[in-house]
Design a protein around this ligand. Structure first.
Ligand code: ADE
Ligand code: ZN
Length: 355
């Protein structure tokens, strides 16, 4: 089954979306792209019962008080994903929607432990996502990488065993990440898995300072050797952390709409994005879990552009940062950044946000 995308793909796969820059999406959980309609279609295909009457009732439950209240629903709904075909369909559906909004490269975190714990073979998940990425690239010209996201609320030894299984499968995984419940769970138990990933040439990213304190950023940099930090919004609470992130230009994959929906910040108007830019932090815009938060990355760009009156230059800088912070090779980064610069120059008055 190839699902019908919620938004049509552009008429030509690489058709320009002149109102928005080309960009990479670096902070995206594949399971967080599961739209209610597709969840119900997969539930029916796999004979799984969802505890909601219909897609509208599921969507109506998307009212979150914090990260954990979201994760509980997100893990429960992920149970409809059973076969390689399901994972391929989900991946293609996301890539179609993302491409329509200007995404040219996407790095997809997948919660492999969740699926393996439910009895779905690891090879099945990896094969499905890999097929979806290949199909998406062929159809849309969007490149994609798979990142194995370890679950912070599970033991570090389980993450290491999962990594061993991925290596044994010679799975096409570009990197590892650390996600799930932040507060109350140390990153330290994941040091051996991250060290082994590095030794095998895998790239490393980790969630930190989404709900937790600024020192969580220092922890994932020092203890896990993270090259990129997912969220990092509470870094601003510690000037020393900010100084380090600015000095080393560590990429921060910021998700403003997610932060509002999970109440990490009270409102978009109070989001620290402008302060982060002002401080010189290396920020990109991302959606996190777009189905659940009601915002794909182009919609996130639109929302923050309207809220903070971002200039075309600021939007181009954010888009260029997304490619520079990616795990793509240098020549691909340079090619994509050139595309952003073309967008920056192609300014017309009608495309400028109004003050
Ligand atoms: N997994 C999916 N979305 C997440 C988020 N916002 N924070 C941590 N783990 C996640
Ligand atoms: Zn995330």
């Amino acid at each position: 089954m190839t699902p019908t995308p919620s938004t049509p793909a552009p008429s030509h796969p690489l058709a320009a979306t002149p109102q928005r820059p080309p960009r990479a999406e670096l902070h995206l959980h594949l399971e967080g792209t599961l739209e209610p309609d597709l969840a119900f279609a997969l539930a029916e295909r796999n004979g799984v019962d969802l505890p909601f009457a219909d897609p509208a009732a599921l969507r109506a439950a998307y009212d979150f008080t914090d990260l954990q209240s979201f994760l509980d629903l997100y893990h429960a709904t992920s149970q409809v994903l059973r076969t390689a075909e399901d994972f391929a369909d989900l991946t293609v559906a996301y890539l179609r929607r993302a491409a329509a909004g200007g995404v040219r490269h996407a790095e997809l975190m997948v919660d492999l432990q969740t699926h393996v714990a439910r009895g779905v073979p690891l090879a099945e998940v990896v094969a499905g996502v890999t097929q979806g990425l290949a199909d998406g690239e062929a159809e849309l010209g969007v490149s994609g990488l798979l990142i194995a996201a370890f679950l912070r609320h599970r033991p570090g030894s389980e993450a290491e065993a999962l990594l061993d299984d991925l290596l044994a499968l010679d799975a096409p995984v570009a990197g590892v990440g650390l996600a799930s419940t932040e507060v109350g769970f140390s990153a330290a138990p994941f040091a051996p898995a991250f060290a082994k990933a590095a030794a095998h040439g895998l790239r490393r990213t980790a969630h930190a300072a989404e709900e937790g304190p600024a020192w969580h950023v220092t922890e994932v940099l020092d203890v896990l050797g993270a090259e990129r930090v997912d969220h990092g919004i509470r870094s601003l609470e510690d000037p020393d952390v900010v100084a380090r992130l600015v000095r080393d230009q560590v990429p921060l994959t910021v998700c403003p709409v997610s932060n509002v929906r999970l109440r990490a910040v009270p409102s978009l108007a109070e989001h620290p994005l402008p302060a982060m830019l002002e401080a010189g932090l290396n920020v990109s815009l991302n959606s996190d879990d777009p189905s659940y938060f009601g915002g794909y990355v182009d919609e996130v760009d639109d929302a923050v552009t309207a809220q903070f009156h971002l200039t075309r230059d600021q939007r181009a800088d954010l888009a260029a940062a997304s490619f520079r912070g990616s795990f793509l090779p240098a020549d691909a980064v340079a090619r994509h950044v050139a595309g952003v610069e073309e967008w920056r120059r192609s300014s017309s008055e009608s495309q400028q946000p109004r003050d």
